[in-house]
Write a protein that binds this ligand. Sequence first.
Ligand SMILES: NC(=O)c1ccc[n+]([C@@H]2O[C@H](COP(=O)([O-])OP(=O)(O)OC[C@H]3O[C@@H](n4cnc5c(N)ncnc54)[C@H](OP(=O)(O)O)[C@@H]3O)[C@@H](O)[C@H]2O)c1
Length: 307
Amino acid sequence: MLRIRHQADGGAGLLRAERVRRPEPGAGELLVRVRAIGVTLPVVRRLRGSAGPVPLGGEVAGEVAALGPGVTGFAVGERVTGLCFADAYAEYAVLGATMASRIPDRATEVEAVALVRSGLVAGGAHAAARPEPHESVLVTAAAGGVGTLALQYARAAGASRVVAAVGSADKAGFVRALGADAVVHYGDADWGGPYDVILDGVGGDLLTPAVRALAPGGRLVAFSSGGGTVEAYELLLRGASVIGFQIRALVTGHPELHARRLRELWHLHATGALRPAVHAEIPLTGAARAHALLEERRNLGKVVLVP
Ligand SMILES: NC(=O)c1ccc[n+]([C@@H]2O[C@H](COP(=O)([O-])OP(=O)(O)OC[C@H]3O[C@@H](n4cnc5c(N)ncnc54)[C@H](OP(=O)(O)O)[C@@H]3O)[C@@H](O)[C@H]2O)c1
């Protein structure tokens, strides 16, 4: 089978295609014939300057090709999706059964990888803010895989105003079409606030202007891989709070809540309230091109690899 591996070279490294034997699923694992792979920003960022090879993880979707020892609740041929932490860029991938969930008949594999992990992050971050229907919401990295769904979550929950923050002006039409009432750019002196809720997928230096855009009692949910520091005095001035959200902590620590959120996600997809946006479907051998789209911050929605 074909697989892409990362080879470090001090820069972003090389993504090399290689022919290898199909992996065997171990205990509690599924072997999946992969039809779609979601490219994620955390993986793209880890490649830059890495001293060693980076495991290429990502969301995968496809049919179950084999069951490892002890797996129950799944059958060969069923369509599933889930997050692989390594060797996801391949024609066959090994997926932990606890990470896997079924894809409803109406959805394609490409839709599944664009919806599930990003939607669980968007929905989880939104819920962590405990928003009230009349409140205003700002979403940063709003044109990205998670951001596009976070905008739609806020809209579906009845936010009074949903504002998209993006890195470049040419993304404005795209995020408006997804339901944003207004668009701001990170460099704007005025972010159009104050906001009751900010869902932040950027972090780093952007945390300071974001916290300053919070309303009294406002909540910022930090879910980015961008790090950053929050000035406590800025929170004190507004009686505001910062809440962290991580999907892995939800999946491993609260499996019942995770399962409920997953059902809600597919329900919102069925009603049309959540429409995953796919920027491009790129063949597996074009993985470097797919990474460049995220690194150059040009993607409008999810970038998907198709083996
Ligand atoms: N907490 C969790 O469990 C969890 C899970 C998955 C993802 N995340 C985080 O959610 C955020 C979005 O992830 P995603 O996979 O959906 O990616 P994505 O939004 O599709 O990623 C690409 C977009 O992110 C924005 N961006 C912000 N900072 C960037 C940077 N330093 N380098 C490149 N792009 C940057 C860019 O848009 P603009 O230029 O318009 O900002 C870019 O187009 C990331 O920070 C990721 O780490 C968190």
